[in-house]
Every structure is written in structure tokens, then in C-alpha cells.
Ligand binder design. Structure first.
Ligand code: ADP
Ligand code: MG
Length: 142
């Protein structure tokens, strides 16, 4: 059964600062995921807090919002067969010390917080996260 999905992806400020945007985009393209939209943004604190609202009760929430606003990040919409899980497989585990070898987090994360990338965790999350950053006119199916 074909399940074409979309995922929000973010190259977080730590990875942008390290200069590995291109390497991460290459992995996305080599995996056969299509990039339908892309924008470099520098989030304000309220924008990061809104994006991560599901985590607002967590002990790391304030620190996470500060981290996400420390510099620009690259937001993207990815599309493909089973795209949500495939992108998370490329990312690796949240904690880079537990991430499988050759995953993006194993290769580029600096800490459990500064872990290089974000990916939607379900179709329901993707449906909220994609329009948080992109209007329909900015998404280019092909
Ligand atoms: P994921 O990004 O893998 O979906 P979560 O949704 O659980 O992970 O957490 C969102 C983000 O919050 C993580 O990517 C990471 O940047 C940060 N984070 C998660 N857990 C911790 C933690 N224990 N300490 C600090 N930051 C954390
Ligand atoms: Mg998550």
C-alpha cells in the first residue's frame, strides 16, 4: 500500500552554525525524499515556544526555546513514501549517544538538546507543524 506522507524537517541552529546544511540536504536527496519547501528563518522566542508547545511542561522547555533562537535554522517540507519514519530514521535517536551510526544525529549532534535536526513524529504532528511555517503557496509538489 502506498502511503505518501509529508514531514516538517528543521536543520537546527547548531547544525546551521557548524556549516553542515549541505551535507544534511544531500542525505535527504540521496534517500529519495523530495524537498517541497525550504526557508532559512531566525525564530523569536515566542515562535519557538509555540512550535514546541507540546513540551511546555518539560524541564528542558525554556532551554530548548533559547537554543532554537540562538541563530537561524532551515525549515523544510519533505515528501515521500512513508516520509515521516524515513526522515526520523535518517535523523537517529533524540539522544545522539544512542543514535545509530551514520545517522545525522550520530554524526552532527553536540548534545541531547543541540541535536542538529527536527522531524515530525506522526501525520497528526506534521499536519500542525507544516502550516506553522509554510503557507500552501510555498509548498511545491512535483
Ligand atoms: P525528537 O526531536 O527526537 O522528536 P522530542 O520531541 O522528545 O525529541 O524533544 C524535542 C527536542 O527537545 C529534542 O529534539 C531536543 O532538542 C530537546 N530535548 C529532548 N529531550 C531533552 C532533554 N532531556 N534535555 C534537553 N533537551 C531535550
Ligand atoms: Mg519530537
Amino acid at each position: 500500500m502506498s502511503t505518501i506522507q509529508r514531514s516538517l524537517a528543521i536543520i537546527k541552529p547548531d547544525a546551521v552554525a557548524k556549516g553542515v546544511m549541505g551535507q544534511i540536504i544531500t542525505r535527504i536527496e540521496q534517500a529519495g525524499l523530495k524537498i517541497l519547501a525550504v526557508r532559512l528563518i531566525h525564530m523569536a522566542h515566542d515562535e519557538a515556544a509555540g512550535f514546541y508547545a507540546v513540551h511546555r511542561e518539560r524541564a528542558f522547555f525554556a532551554s530548548l526555546c533559547t537554543f532554537m533562537t540562538q541563530g537561524p535554522c532551515l525549515t523544510m517540507v519533505l515528501e515521500g513514501e512513508n516520509a515521516i519514519q524515513r526522515w526520523r530514521d535518517l535523523m537517529g535517536a533524540t539522544d545522539f549517544r544512542k543514535a545509530a551510526p551514520k545517522t545525522i544525529r550520530a554524526d552532527f549532534a553536540s548534545s541531547i538538546e543541540a541535536n542538529a535536526v527536527h522531524g515530525s513524529d506522526s501525520p497528526e504532528s506534521a499536519a500542525i507543524e507544516i502550516p506553522y511555517f509554510f503557507s500552501a503557496l510555498e509548498i511545491h509538489p512535483r
